[in-house]
Write a new protein. Structure first.
Length: 85
């Protein structure tokens, strides 16, 4: 999925996996469905998921900036899900 956030709007579109490294379709973030769901629901924050789950944004300056952006877009918040993760 390619998720674009600009001008206060979010757009998500399906893209082909396995593009050439460095291509526009190359992923900036890799996450399993569990960590992605936890991030979206606010159950866990970006730093926690990076340290203890399968959320990879890279360790370089770009990855750190991306992690900060994700943290601002998906802040942790109290959640209650009977189904759990």
């Amino acid at each position: 999925m390619r998720v674009t956030v600009a001008g206060g709007e979010v757009d998500a579109e399906r893209v082909d996996a396995g593009g050439d490294p460095g291509s526009p379709d190359d992923a900036d973030v890799a996450a399993g469905i569990g960590p992605l769901s936890q991030l979206y629901a606010g159950y866990r924050g970006v730093d926690d998921l990076r340290a203890h789950a399968a959320l990879d944004v890279g360790d370089d300056a770009f990855g750190e900036g991306l992690a900060a952006d994700l943290g601002a877009l998906f802040p942790p918040r109290p959640t209650f899900l009977r189904e759990a993760f």
